[in-house]
Every structure is written in C-alpha cells, then in structure tokens.
Ligand binder design. Sequence first.
Ligand code: AMP
Ligand code: ZN
Length: 136
Amino acid sequence: MNDCLFCKIIAGELPTTKLYEDDQVIAILDIMPVNPGHALVIPKTHSERMLETSEEEGAQVLSVAKRIGKALLETNLADGVTLSVNNGEASGQTVFHTHMHVIPRLNGDGLVSWKHGEYEDGEADKIATIVKNQLT
Ligand code: AMP
Ligand code: ZN
C-alpha cells in the first residue's frame, strides 16, 4: 500500500489538483483527461477495486461523482457525463486503488467505450442463470 499512487495523493505526498475532499473521499482532476474536467473520485481507505469497498464508502464515491457530474453539466465543459469504474486489469484498470471516473462528454468527442455483441438463441437465459446462481 505504501507504493500506492492514490494513497500518496491522499496523504498529500504528491501534488494534485483537488476538486473536493471530505472525511471519506477526495476528488481530483485526472492528469491525462479524456476531456478537460475529467475527474476521479477516490475513497480514502485503500482498496484495490470498487468491488471491495464498504457500502458506505462506495455510496459516498457515487454521491460525490454525481455532484461533480451535475456541476460539469452546468459549465460548458460537458454535454453529457460518463461515470465509470474499472475493476481489474482486464477492464482497463491501471491504478489499483479504487476510483470512479467522472468524464465530461462532448457531442462528437469520439470516445468509444465498448463494443456490442449479440446472444445466440437461448444463450441469454443460460448466462443469466450462471450469474443469478452466484448473486449474494
Ligand atoms: P484506470 O485506468 O481506470 O485505473 O484509471 C487511472 C487513471 O488515473 C487514468 O485515467 C490516469 O490518467 C490517472 N492518473 C494516473 N496518475 C495520476 C495522477 N498522478 N494524478 C491524477 N490522475 C492520475
Ligand atoms: Zn491506495
């Protein structure tokens, strides 16, 4: 954890551009923004992925992300907002301290977030059963 980039930012050991802070989360500007205003909302307690955060901290991350998203929409920085969280390397996560992206989106900005596939006949029901059996 001592080597964690975001823990160091939270501890004030690395410079950042801070948008918001309370006792549970901070929000900063992403250093390599998709568009200007791209923010990261980061819980102060270290966890690798959003999937492992407490209900309370996860809820506060979402609450602050919503506030920043609404603020962006009031400026000329955003026509829309994408809220996204990568969980694990396969999803594109590169910093392994939980964070939610608040990405200001502009009409025609060209960001493509994911591809679209399709299900074979009956496959959707099988997949749904696999997932439902693991839901706790
Ligand atoms: P992810 O790929 O979901 O793990 O996102 C990590 C994000 O952290 C990327 O968008 C990076 O641009 C951003 N990032 C990396 N280093 C810093 C930093 N020192 N300050 C702010 N954002 C950073
Ligand atoms: Zn950390």
